[in-house]
Design a protein around this ligand. Structure first.
Ligand code: GLP
Length: 258
């Protein structure tokens, strides 16, 4: 995995937003995989800013979001779809027909998951998948366990994950669904390039295990170690538990030169 450490969450957001904009300028039909959560909010703010400044156009970009709560309609303000509208979709020129989302209220869940996989395949696959990191090591809603699921699937959420998501439900834990639909591990790992972002000290322990620990379903994000083009972009706080040698080398590469 390639690791990039910047000082603050805003620096991570600015650098990644310009990287994504460059990728879009190079390939206007870029297929982007997108996360929700608190971590990408500054990234979306930066992308909106670049769009307003005329530096990036999303008119031909295709997006696929990672996940959605089960039983939550997209019109519900607590849905991940509503989150994406608030932070990105309503502020840039994405074509609605190129924005793809899992339908949390689909009656036939297996069919909905198969539809999503087909839609991704139909576009030729995800070019750039952006990921956040759950504090327990989940990516999308692929929770830690004895085994992981390859393709888009329903997932029972861990209590800690429900607590972390209560913020989207007016801080009422009872209102947070027990299940979600999520891209699977293979859906994510098929992406041509992956950038996981993690910021803040609360992620530091998990970041250290993801990068320096074994590949294990107990920490789904550790599977990124198997990807040929996975990058981890961190702020200083999230990088603070990386082995000293690694973080020093990454932070001050110039000083290592003779
Ligand atoms: C949710 C999402 C994940 C996200 C995680 C981290 O559980 N399903 O895709 O990465 O939260 O959220 P945060 O960025 O708020 O820490």
């Amino acid at each position: 995995m390639r690791i990039r450490i910047l000082q603050t969450p805003d620096a991570v957001a600015r650098a990644l937003a310009s990287d994504i904009s460059r990728a879009i300028r190079a390939h206007s039909r870029l297929v982007l995989g997108l996360p929700t959560g608190r971590t990408p909010i500054p990234l979306y703010r930066e992308l909106v800013r670049l769009h307003e400044a005329g530096r990036v156009s999303f008119s031909r970009v295709v997006t696929f979001n990672l996940d959605e709560f089960r039983g939550v309609d997209r019109r519900n303000p607590s849905s991940y779809y509503a989150f994406m509208r608030r932070h990105l979709f309503d502020h840039v020129n994405l074509a609605p027909r190129r924005v793809h989302f899992l339908n949390g209220v689909a009656r036939d869940v297996a069919r909905e998951c198969a539809r999503y996989e087909r839609a991704i395949a139909h576009t030729g696959g995800i070019d750039l998948q952006i990921l956040g990191l759950g504090a327990n090591g989940h990516i999308g809603f692929n929770e830690p366990g004895d085994a992981l699921v390859a393709h888009t699937h329903p997932m029972r959420l861990r209590q800690a994950t429900r607590r972390a998501n209560a913020v989207f439900f007016g801080n009422r834990l009872n209102a947070v669904p027990h299940e979600a639909l999520s891209m699977g591990m293979a859906t994510i790992l098929y992406a041509r390039r992956i950038v996981l972002i993690a910021t803040g000290a609360t992620k530091a322990r998990c970041v250290q295990r993801m990068i320096e620990g074994p590949v294990t379903p107990r920490l789904p994000a550790s599977f990124l170690q198997l990807h040929h083009a996975a990058e981890v972009w961190l702020d200083a706080a999230a990088a603070s538990r990386l082995s000293t040698a690694l973080s020093a080398a990454l932070r001050r590469p110039r000083r290592l030169r003779p």
